[in-house]
Design a protein around this ligand. Structure first.
Ligand SMILES: [Zn+2]
Ligand SMILES: [Zn+2]
Length: 262
């Protein structure tokens, strides 16, 4: 596997240091690559690319495998930060399962990347997310909980992601997603999407029942303690061996970038 070389890294840093543009998306956000380093992980060898942006203090990152510069059909996964799930292993959501599945998948490929977007609770922040959890504990209904958790289309996710791909000089991607709507939003921002890779999660003996329950209940489900769980990522899980209804065949890489909205 080839990685970004020191020459390529220096060139990216110099180009980005001088980079200015009118920005992308409704909020005209512009990002710059600030630093790049090797990142060996339990899922394989990656490089980490840290970005600054013009809109806020959030430091978004790309976890990159292989040499993606001027790459075509690069497998890409978008992941929204979830401290409680990704780091603590919370079972109130499936964020960590999805992140690990994406890193494992890309870790076995020649090239690919995960854009890790620092928008906890889809941009509402950790305090508000914990507030929303608390409201759910107190029996708030799904609609109110959804609103409290910031469940709405947030163009900002996709604008930052689109610009990060431009900064990394990725020419075209195959999006790792179970959510065709995500592809529409990204392509409207000028990202060339040449296909979709459904994300199939492989359960083990310990989490099979848990994952199957999540996959079977769309959007939200109640655990045995009566806690409501919500999908904080834009994708619902598809399990290995399960028929991914309406999402295309398991493992099939579809070629059309224009999926109908569901
Ligand atoms: Zn820019
Ligand atoms: Zn989560």
């Amino acid at each position: 596997m080839t990685t970004l070389t020191q020459d390529q890294i220096q060139q990216l840093l110099v180009t980005n240091h001088e980079h200015e543009c009118e920005g992308m998306g409704a909020h005209k956000v512009c990002v710059r690559i600030e630093a790049i380093a090797d990142l060996p992980t339990r899922f394989g060898d990656f490089q980490i690319v840290a970005f600054s942006n013009t809109r806020d203090e959030k430091e978004h990152i790309a976890v990159v495998r292989g040499s993606v510069l001027d790459g075509e059909d690069v497998p890409v996964r978008l992941h929204s930060e979830c401290l409680t799930g990704d780091v603590i292993g919370s079972l109130r959501c499936d964020c960590r399962d999805q992140l690990e599945a994406a890193l494992k998948l890309i870790g076995n490929m020649e090239s690919g990347l995960v854009l890790y977007l620092r928008q906890e609770g889809r941009g509402i922040g950790l305090v508000n997310k914990v507030r929303a959890y608390s409201l759910q504990d107190q029996g708030l209904d799904t609609v109110e909980a959804n609103q409290a958790l910031g469940f709405r289309d947030d163009e900002r996710d996709y604008a930052v992601a689109a610009h990060m791909l431009v900064s990394l000089r990725v020419r075209s991607i195959r999006l790792i997603t179970n959510n065709p709507r995500k592809m529409d939003q990204l392509s409207r921002l000028g990202v060339t999407i040449n296909g979709r890779i459904p994300q199939i999660i492989q359960p083990n003996q310990y989490n099979r029942f848990y994952l199957e329950t999540k996959a079977a209940k769309s959007g939200h489900w109640i655990d045995f303690r009566g806690h409501e769980h919500l999908s904080e990522q834009a994708d619902l899980p598809i399990l290995e061996g399960m028929s991914p209804d309406g999402f295309g065949g398991a493992g099939v890489d579809e070629t059309s970038a224009h999926q109908p909205d569901d």
